[in-house]
Design a protein around this ligand. Sequence first.
Ligand code: FE
Length: 254
Amino acid sequence: MVDLHCHILPGVDDGARDLSESIEMAKIAVQQGIHTIVATPHHLNNRYENPKQSILARVEELNRVLLDEKIDIKILPGQEVRIHGELAEGYDLGKILPVNHTQYVLVEFSSNHVPRYTETLFYDLQNKGLIPVIVHPERNQEIIENPDILYELVQKGALSQVTASSITGNFGKKIMKFTYQLIDANLTHFIASDAHNTRSRTFNLHEAYDLVQTKYGNEMVYLFEENAALLIEGDHVYKEVPERIKKKRFFNIF
Ligand code: FE
């Protein structure tokens, strides 16, 4: 399978600290059944810069090391872009790196807020031929409180990616239940690990897909796996018609 969100590049953000941790992460990924990882260092989050060109060079380097180590996994270049007002300009300036040079850009909100300019910004990005993929919406406080925010963005063409560890309950019950609600409402299109290390923030992708299979069946697993494979090729992904999560139901659950 493909993991399209992972902090496996060594020493560039809060992910792998050094090369040996990157190698350990790659080994775990292979055990998980992952054959391709998109390296997605933070861009403009916590002062991490990681512009496009530096990521490309580091991905090439890591692929060389993994080949030497005989670890059968391919690393593709990507970036997790913290939302900011000048994101579209950043793309024009060559600082933004969509996943594997496709049209898909991973966009991260802060944990508690969705900026008012998001809709306009996404519109601008889409006019440039880009498709924003909102990462871990299930961990954003404002979206948890008002899922319609995500509905509106998806309705207008954005995609979203939930984190495997949210499905497995590693971020708590509340986030786990909300993640399932997003899946039920066709508000998410991808599952990825967002792995940062081998300990506290590891892959859990295999475990997450197992749970999706138990709850939704093979077809849903296929859809998520296939979507990740389509994304890295820059192909169209499967999208069902998004639905609103009813607030009443939402509050009854918690
Ligand atoms: Fe991340």
